[in-house]
Design a protein around this ligand. Structure first.
Ligand code: SF4
Ligand code: SF4
Length: 459
């Protein structure tokens, strides 16, 4: 029976006044009854645009949702894992409004799409909580024995997906991670209240059970080179998935002042060391999802009195997930639209404010969004003792030698389908090739690379 309600089944959440005082997960997940009720909204469309046009890894969406309606949650999980390695992560952090849910026919004519992400998360969580023993047995069976070794550089979503598929194919895989923790952006970039570390740890534990070798604190270009991996250390192929975590700075006068930090650094400290600066008036410059994570973390600083997003364009152009923005505002974050940063105001070397100017919008630029143009004589100052730059990141491939990188942005040049780099035996994918994109697009690249590496090593 189809549930024809235009509304989604609401997922329980922490109240805004409670959650902005803690780092526990904001969304609490469906109960089995709620998941079945929501799954019954799916029409099992013949063309299933959610899957064909919406999901970058083409999860079999109507099929896994149908299994939920039957109460067969384990089978729903098995359907999902035919195409995705990290359903618990993707169900939480994919921008579903642009992808699967953005293409769902139930979202037309004033209705809300089927809550595909929430259902994916439910299934992955159910499996984790109920099927661990079965999984262990399965791992033992699938750990094959090949003498061929593959090195994976980085441990973010592209690398984890690539490593997982290579292990399933029987290769010996070693992950080299330059930090002392695994998970890349999943661990240091996304706050606990959106993606609990336990979920990421669980995914990594799955790889450990399959026999992955892990080398922490090992950076390409410092402890080893790509040549050494191939020629000296006996690896038959290398996958580079080292992400794009190097911050882009505002480039305005005064930005060296104490109290001006890049969002990537602010989030890494908060996520890894549980350490946040003491500040009362906090500004986040930027309008993307990193800005949302940063402002919601900032709202949880015990001394915070006012947290403001400064964004150069209007709400219509803002790239952030509308749900994240809504939740940030519920948690007390304010937004100053059409506001451009001009200079950091400092006293005794410490930031005390951000000089801004009003902006108006003109014709669309190359991104397709209307360009911000300064309004003459409109400068004003917003008081701030912490200013967080969330205007983007880029790759740091300075340590990568022997393969081609783009001159302008330093991204690795690799085939979008096979992930082959300019050098035989070296493959690359995810943000280090494309620039910052979504977790699921990086994961898709990791999976394509694993397939191409297998073909290359099977020649
Ligand atoms: Fe949607 Fe992401 Fe899951 Fe694909 S992987 S179905 S886009 S939540
Ligand atoms: Fe179900 Fe929506 Fe996909 Fe149709 S488009 S199969 S209703 S999830």
């Amino acid at each position: 029976m189809i549930n024809m309600s235009k509304k989604q089944t609401r997922m329980p959440m922490q109240d805004p006044e409670t959650r902005n005082q803690n780092f526990d997960e904001v969304s609490l997940g469906y109960t089995p009854e709620q998941a079945i009720l929501e799954a019954m909204r799916c029409l099992r469309c013949r063309k299933h645009p959610c899957m064909t046009s919406g999901c970058p890894v083409h999860n079999h969406i109507p099929e896994f949702i149908a299994k939920i309606t039957e109460g067969d949650f384990e089978e729903a999980y098995q359907v999902l894992t035919e195409t995705t390695s990290l359903p618990a992560v993707c169900g939480r952090v994919c921008p579903q409004y642009l992808q699967c849910e953005g293409n769902c026919v139930r979202g037309k004519n004033g209705g809300r799409p089927v809550a595909i992400g929430a259902l994916e998360r439910f299934v992955a969580d159910w499996h984790r909580n109920n099927s661990a023993a079965a999984e262990e047995n399965k791992d033992a069976e699938t750990s094959a024995d090949s003498q061929k070794k593959v090195a994976v550089i980085g441990s973010g979503p592209a690398s984890l997906a690539c490593a997982g598929d290579l292990l399933n194919l029987g290769y010996k895989v070693t992950i080299f991670e330059k930090e002392n923790v695994l998970g890349g952006v999943l661990t240091y970039g996304i706050p606990e209240f959106r993606l609990p570390k336990e979920i990421v740890k669980n995914e990594i534990d799955g790889l450990k059970k399959k026999g992955v070798k892990i080398e922490l604190g090992k950076a390409v270009g410092k402890e080893f080179s790509l040549d050494e991996l191939l020629d000296r250390d006996g690896f038959s192929a290398v996958f580079v998935g080292n992400g794009a975590g190097r911050p882009i700075h505002l480039g305005i006068p005064g930005q060296e002042a104490e109290g001006v930090v890049a969002a990537a650094d602010f989030l890494a400290k908060a996520n890894l060391e549980n350490e946040m600066p003491k500040a009362e008036n906090i500004i986040i410059v930027g309008g993307g999802n990193v800005a949302m994570d940063a402002c919601r973390c900032a709202a949880r600083i015990p001394s915070a009195k006012k947290v403001t997003i400064v964004y150069r364009r209007s709400l219509a152009e803002m790239p952030a997930d509308p749900k994240e923005l809504e939740e940030a505002i519920e948690e007390g974050v304010q937004v100053s639209y059409l506001t451009g940063p001009v200079a950091i105001e400092a006293a005794d070397g410490k930031a005390v404010g951000l000089k801004c100017q009003k902006m108006s919008l003109s014709e669309p630029d190359e991104s397709g969004r209307r360009s911000p143009v300064p309004v003459p004589d409109s400068e004003f100052i917003i008081e701030a003792d912490l200013i967080i730059e969330a205007i983007g990141t880029k790759s740091d491939n300075s340590g990568i030698k022997g393969i081609e990188v783009s001159e302008k942005k330093g991204y690795i040049i690799a085939d979008p389908e096979t992930c082959e780099s300019s050098r035989e035996g070296i493959f690359a994918g995810g943000d280090t090739v494309t620039g910052p994109k979504t977790v699921i697009s990086a994961m898709g690249a990791g999976k394509r690379a694993a397939k191409a590496i297998d073909e290359y090593l099977s020649k």
